[in-house]
Design a protein. Structure first.
Length: 335
């Protein structure tokens, strides 16, 4: 029987074809399956060992070490490294960790050391007495001073630090709401206003290194039987849009020493501390940009001149009333 090719229709011998036949290919060697699970576990175990070693070197109690997460551990390690770089062991810094507990307890607030970019270098242990947070818990917020401040105050604080950096040795003061523990907020109704007073100082053991050394003092004394929103510490004032007084409650005499008639016609800015005018102006602009009457701007903590020429700390909130033509300020006297 003749077999014809199905392509060219020529006669073919059996088991032949005119098409090129593929040679038999050797089966490809299968690649060995390599699991990365064991390698990943080995890396994690190695990281855990290194973190445990770092944790063991931290100068904190064994109880605190047991509660540290990876984030807390690395934050504390970074803080210690920055502190060691700025304050070598033989430098004896005035605000270093060598300060004893008894000495810290005598201070009206806690000590803070910052780099020029706001990075935390040192926080004294008595910060827990002011904010209700330990150093470890505070560092969970972040490793810069801006991470522990109320968000609305960060821009003003940056300006203050730049001003202090341009003129080393010049003392600057700014006030901001600092983050507190949940227990503190439930008991006193919010975060705590703290006055930060400090200056950039050139370190004598380094020609180029400078640090911002500050004392952070609460501007309001808190008591267990009183809250931050006590009505006894409030007074209200009304102003035209340029912040000239048009009216003020009689209680202003108790808090600032002025009679009502003395303030009417005066500018709000004539009573402010020079370092707080920028913050007050920012609040003023924010109120001016509000379209609807009755809407309030954010609060600001300001220093206002008393009649006896001392400074009073006020937490001020402002809103537009009277169809948007009147600004009403509610001032809470903090000290």
């Amino acid at each position: 029987m003749t077999i014809f090719c199905s392509h060219c229709h020529r006669p073919l011998q059996a088991e032949m074809s005119c098409l090129p036949r593929r040679g038999k290919q050797a089966p490809a060697a299968s690649k060995p399956f390599r699991s990365t699970k064991s390698a990943s576990k080995a890396r994690r175990d190695q990281i855990n060992v290194e973190l445990q070693a770092l944790r063991s070197l931290l100068p904190i109690s064994a109880r605190e070490k047991e509660r540290l997460s990876y984030l807390h551990t690395m934050a504390l390690v970074c803080l210690q490294l920055r502190g060691a770089q700025m304050f070598p062991p033989d430098s004896a810094p005035p605000a270093g960790p060598a300060l004893g507990t008894e000495l810290l307890s005598l201070l009206p607030g806690f000590l803070l050391v910052l780099l020029a970019n706001g990075k935390l270098v040192y926080i004294s242990e008595n910060v827990a007495q002011v904010l209700g947070l330990s150093v470890v818990e505070l560092l969970a917020q972040g490793d810069t001073v801006f991470d522990i401040l109320d968000g609305q105050a960060c821009e003003d604080v940056q300006k203050k630090l730049l001003l202090a950096q341009e003129e080393p040795g010049r003392e600057v003061t700014f006030v901001s709401e600092m983050r507190t523990s949940k227990t503190f907020r439930l008991q006193y109704g919010g975060n705590r206003a703290v006055a930060v007073c400090g200056r950039f100082t050139a370190l004598r053991w380094s020609a180029s290194a400078t640090a911002f050394l500050a004392l952070c003092t609460p501007v309001m004394r808190l008591h267990a039987d009183s809250t931050a929103s006590s009505q006894d510490n409030l007074f209200q004032s009304t102003h035209v849009l340029d912040m000239t007084f048009t009216d003020v409650t009689e209680s202003v005499t108790y808090h600032l020493g002025y009679y009502k008639e003395e303030l009417i016609g005066q500018s709000w800015y004539s009573l402010l501390h020079p370092e707080d005018t920028d913050l007050a102006a920012a609040q003023h602009r924010a109120v001016g940009e509000l379209l609807g009457a009755g809407t309030a701007s954010g609060m600001a903590v300001l220093r206002v001149l008393r009649r006896d020429r001392t400074w009073a700390w006020l937490r001020v909130s402002a809103r537009r009333d009277g169809g948007g033509h009147v600004i009403t300020c509610t001032s809470h006297c903090l000290r």
